[in-house]
Design a protein around this ligand. Structure first.
Ligand code: PHE
Length: 445
């Protein structure tokens, strides 16, 4: 069967960056860094990106490009009749879990964008920003409407195809996003008192490293942020031709993703400190704390429009990449058309989103894991368990199962020193790192 391809390598790069840069860099990074003490967390996160993330990114993209198939099909092709493909199903499951909560938060972002545009949020609601946000997300209908609208846009882009949908959207979104975030960062740093925020982000407080949960948080954040372990990068890689070289491209994607996380930290923390607000507000940071800040600062309503526009664009470009994982699988395995696969999969994800949205209100008593509500449980299982398992399997697959020669050919690593470094990381350091962090998180180490 005919498989579509990217129109250009830069199209692939933008799409992969669009996938990586998302709510994870802006909403998740800022609150996880805030909760885990800022600077020291940032260093751990950077270490995870460098030692585990980027080498595995090259691994994941290479598996897809080599096999030219979806996340299940690729393993079946490269290791016929061996159980490796089972991890492909884990990837498909992760995609459902992630988009099942990601699209709800994206819906909140869309709602905020719309309300800033309409001038509604430019003045503080009578009940205050916190209560207004609380009553919005616990409402049984309103957030589901915005979540639905968001999913319609995502489904539309994916069903329009690789070139005309995904590649095109990213070509417009990514440059827009970069420009807006850089402008916002410059503005934030110019606020009086911004220095404290920069200190929080860049001056490590090593005492937080005594808490084992910081390590798994940094690893989970690295995987989530790089879109690793789901099969997203594998699937995107499968639309690349063999003539494109991969090592430079994947390092570029990793660097851009990290830059975007740091830039959004520079947007958020100086403002948080300039207005003397606590940085560890958790997931609410961007929806309550920031509006409070925007309300007090000059041109705050314009900043609000731009900020939530960028958050929404970043969310769309990541969501399409998550939806594409099961869509590519269904197109091949069930012989569905792209249109059918996008709509059916998108609707199931919409349904999961309804559950996680209701979990904020009517279903708040449902706590599948610990005292986490439905949404946090989905995030926890996917980011801290499934994605690292997905990543670990990829590392073992290329580091131990497939022979060295084929692996070097698949990754285009020609420089012998680079080869050696990458191979050592993927064969030893990445798997050991993931396992140690895991054991540490469950209290074995
Ligand atoms: N990387 C995306 C973000 O940071 C989220 C994502 C995770 C996308 C997994 C695809 C796969 O927002």
């Amino acid at each position: 069967m005919h498989r579509e391809k990217w129109a250009s390598k830069i199209g692939f790069m933008l799409a992969a960056m669009g996938s990586a840069v998302g709510l994870g860099n802006i909403w998740r990074f800022s609150y996880v860094a805030g909760e885990n003490g800022g600077g020291a967390f940032l260093i751990l996160y950077l270490a995870c990106i460098l030692i585990i993330g980027i080498p595995l990114l090259l691994t994941e993209v290479s598996i897809g490009r080599q096999a030219q198939s979806d996340v299940v099909g690729s393993y079946q092709k490269l290791a016929p009749k061996k159980p490796w493909y089972l991890v492909g199903y884990l990837g498909v499951a992760s995609a459902f879990l992630i988009l099942g909560f990601y699209s709800v938060i994206s819906g909140w972002s869309l709602y905020y964008f719309w309300n800033y545009l309409a001038g509604q949020l430019a003045v503080e609601p009578a009940s205050g920003y916190q209560a207004a946000f609380g009553s919005f997300i616990t409402n049984p209908f309103q957030p589901i409407f915005w979540h639905g609208l968001f999913m319609v846009m995502v489904i539309f882009i994916v069903l329009s195809g690789i070139k005309k949908g995904i590649e095109m959207a990213n070509k417009v979104f990514m440059p827009t996003l970069a420009i807006i975030l850089i402008l916002l960062a410059i503005y934030s740093v110019s606020l009086d008192g911004a220095v404290e925020g920069l200190k929080f982000l860049f001056q490590p407080d090593w005492s937080v490293l005594q808490d084992p949960s910081v390590y798994i948080a940094a690893l989970g954040q690295a995987f989530f942020s790089l879109s690793l372990g789901v099969g997203t990068m594998l699937t995107y890689g499968s639309y690349l031709s063999k003539q494109h070289r991969l090592p430079g491209a994947t390092v570029g994607i990793g660097i851009m993703d990290t830059l975007f996380a740091i830039i959004s930290g520079i947007v958020i923390f100086p403002a948080v400190f300039a207005f003397q607000i606590q940085p560890d507000a958790g997931p609410d940071l961007v929806f309550i704390t920031l509006p409070e800040i925007f309300n007090q600062m000059p041109f705050g309503s314009v900043v609000g429009i731009l900020f939530f526009l960028s958050l929404t664009l970043a969310a769309i470009s990541s969501s399409i990449s998550i939806l594409e994982v099961p869509v590519a699988y269904f197109i091949r395995a069930m012989k569905w058309s792209r249109k059918q696969a996008s709509i059916v999969t998108g609707l199931i994800m919409f349904g999961l989103g309804v559950l996680s949205s209701l979990g904020m209100g009517v279903l708040s008593g449902v706590t599948p894991i610990g005292d986490n509500n439905i949404m946090d449980s989905m995030d926890f299982i996917a980011s801290n368990i499934f994605l690292p398992i997905g990543g670990l399997t990829m590392a073992l697959f290329f580091g131990w199962y497939i022979n060295k020669k084929e692996v070097f050919a698949a990754t285009d690593l020609t420089n012998s020193r680079l080869r050696h470094v990458w191979y050592t990381l993927v064969r030893y350091l990445a798997p050991i790192g993931i396992i140690v962090i895991f054991l540490n998180a469950i209290g074995v180490l």
